[in-house]
Design a protein around this ligand. Sequence first.
Ligand code: HEC
Length: 202
Amino acid sequence: MTADFTKSVGILIVSTVVVASFSLLVWVVPNIVRGPEIAIGSAALPLTAIEVAGRDIYISEGCHVCHTQMVRPLDPEIARNGRANKESDDIYEFPNLWGSKRTGPDLTNMGRKYSDQWHTIHLINPRQVVPTSIMPSYPWLFEQKLSGDDITGKMETLRDLGVPYSAEDIADARLQVRGKTKGEALIRYLQSLGVDTSEEAL
Ligand code: HEC
């Protein structure tokens, strides 16, 4: 009787490695090779220190669980959310926040859509501006202040990953963030979304 992978651990391991290496080859390698070429055509701008801090709050509060940042190139989606994403939009995104579930609207091109004041009210209690909203309230974001202690390390890590921060950007980072509320930082991030790329042609 010949052994197949359901019976032999050895074959199972070898076939898993082969399949995993294949996906590495077709997904990862082309992106590494084409990385510099994609970056040349990119309109994306690196986030400022306060925007980086806001992005971390977006992640820690799980905003990406209900909101995508990925407009697909389909007419109804472009009509609703603006310009479709390009691969060059995400060269400074570590990790990307494309998301996969849309309980709320896509936020790719959110910047400039509302005022800071609208966002503040909406985050404290979404029902104040959208009566039927099912989005949770986040009142503590405007009570908790950021120390800025970890921002320098984060900016340095992003620089190591390829975000072109200057020594000055990194030196100023802590001062930019220190004493700001989490909500203020989050709004700076929301207002930055798509302002660099949304006007660019499809
Ligand atoms: C449980 C799912 C859920 C979570 C978690 C969530 N949202 Fe929402 N969000 C919604 C829904 C639903 C709407 C649409 C109704 C409204 O505007 O409140 C919305 C609307 C929005 C809008 C307005 C979008 C537009 O185009 O009008 C913004 C901005 C927003 N959310 C930001 C956030 C941020 C920032 C967080 C994290 C702090 C967050 N959301 C977390 C569900 C969610």
